[in-house]
Ligand binder design. Structure first.
Ligand code: ADP
Length: 447
């Protein structure tokens, strides 16, 4: 078995992975930047190596230093978490070359699914429904406009290398196309160093429904049901739940089988996610595959009882899947709210700084994944996610009541957070009725 795992990440996900390793009797090595020496993950791991200064490009993204840290400590595997190097095929390849197990899929699969227009092509060939749009990548605004004019507006311009909602623009008319194409491709170039674009039909009033996949090295692939991540701001998720209030057992079965087919077409191994958009007529379309553990994996763990991080480690070690599709039972209802250090009333500006007080609620069916503690100084250099509040109830109504209680009780002092904003969302009548789509929050903010 894997004996020592280096966690190439920080914050709550690093803590989550350290805890899973500890349960499995696996030693842990944390890496940290100079700004993170007091961070919880750096304190909890068996060993901690500082890999560079605060900016991520000088520390958490430094493959050479991270691999040296793995060598120096004798780690035999690396868990990349999410963000940072988790979807970097070069890093997965370097791990392999250094004889270190990368806890994730192969570099070939990361490459294939990381390029979103390539992934679309793979899915089209496998007869997985994709959003109507371009078959090939688009290299110029002129070429793009001709395609969009033919397709009819509104359309969505997207970056092949995109992620985190970046390099994406909705275009509602012919006149706007050139301007939006230029700004989206410039954003893509700055963020990903690649301005290859593609065009999709814009799906109005869509829901974001994604399926959790587990796949081993022996061709066994299962899904663990869906997560409804329709509550988004600027194409970034804010609240996730499982199961989705929008789909019935028949559609769940069909979409789940399609997700498994998609993962097989990608030759997938380890934990991954197939993302779909679901339109008002219950037609669903593949949008992308994420080749890593997701922020919102906890809601799936709550309704299935399966520990996804442990499964990732077992699969990476070469074990066969411990479950068959018929073993997977979805029980009750789980909801997650992402708590960010930001001010929703000042255009969601990040609010790093000293946490002067912290009270974490608890109770039956409550799970809070966080790396916060009183006296911790949140650095300004990284993502603003500070806690994931999750609940598990016997049904959606109970889960909503539970998370309302948790958000009402949660206290983070010294910095601004979105706790009150999340509380309002949970109490919104349309949310309670399950009547939401990906544009819900933006419409609410405009009121
Ligand atoms: P990223 O990789 O940046 O997260 P995705 O392709 O996963 O981008 O899309 C993120 C979100 O953007 C989706 O959940 C959805 O809300 C919106 N979106 C993406 N493509 C479309 C589309 N064709 N029509 C409508 N909304 C879309």
């Amino acid at each position: 078995m894997i004996k020592k795992v280096l966690i190439a990440n920080r914050g709550e996900i690093a803590v989550r992975i350290i805890r899973a390793c500890r349960e499995m009797g696996i030693d842990t090595v944390a890496i940290c930047s100079e700004a993170d020496k007091d961070a919880l993950h750096a304190q909890l791991a068996d060993e901690t190596i500082c890999v560079g200064p605060a900016p991520a490009k000088d520390s958490y993204l430094r493959m050479d230093r991270i691999l040296s840290a793995a060598y120096a400590t004798g780690a035999d595997a690396i868990h990349p978490g999410f963000g940072f190097l988790s979807e970097n095929s070069k890093f997965a390849d370097l791990c392999k070359k250094c004889n270190i197990t990368f806890i994730g899929p192969s570099c070939e699969v990361i490459d294939k699914m990381g390029n979103k227009s390539e992934a679309r092509k793979t899915m089209m060939e496998a007869l997985v429904p994709v959003v109507p749009g371009t078959k090939e990548a688009v290299y110029s605004s002129k070429e793009g406009k001709e395609i969009a004019d033919k397709m009819g507006y509104p359309v969505m311009i997207k970056a092949s290398a995109g992620g985190g909602g970046k390099g994406m623009r909705i275009v509602t008319s012919e006149e706007e196309f050139m301007h939006h194409f230029e700004t989206a491709s410039q954003e893509a170039k700055n963020a990903f160093g690649d301005d290859t674009m593609y065009i999709e039909k814009y799906i109005a009033k869509a829901r974001h429904i994604e399926f959790q996949i587990l796949a081993d090295n022996y061709g066994n692939v299962i899904h663990l049901g869906e997560r409804d991540c329709s509550l988004q701001r600027r194409h970034q998720k804010m609240i996730e739940e499982s199961p989705s209030p929008a789909i019935d057992d028949k559609l769940r079965k069909e979409m789940g089988e399609t997700a498994v087919k998609a993962a097989k077409a990608a030759n997938y191994c380890n934990a991954g996610t197939i993302e779909f958009l679901l339109d008002e007529n219950n037609h669903y379309y593949f949008i992308e595959m994420n080749t890593r553990i997701q922020v919102e994996h906890g809601v799936t763990e709550l309704v299935t009882g399966i520990d996804l991080i442990k499964e990732q480690i077992k699969i990476a070690h070469g074990e066969k899947l411990s479950y068959k599709q018929e073993d997977i039972k979805i029980e009750g209802h789980a909801i997650e709210c992402r708590i960010n250090a930001e001010n929703p009333y000042k255009n969601f500006t990040p609010s790093p700084g000293l946490v002067t007080g912290f009270h974490m609620p608890g109770g039956k069916g409550v799970r809070i994944d966080t790396a916060l503690y009183t006296g911790y100084k949140i650095p300004a250099n990284y993502d603003s996610l500070i806690a994931k509040v999750m609940v598990h109830g016997c049904n959606r109504e109970e889960a909503i009541a539970k998370i309302r209680g948790v958000l009402g009780e949660l206290v983070v002092e010294g910095i601004d957070t979105n706790i009150d904003f999340q509380y309002q969302l949970i109490n919104n009548k349309d949310f309670k009725d399950g009547n939401i789509d990906t544009g819900f929050i933006e419409r609410l903010l405009k009121k």
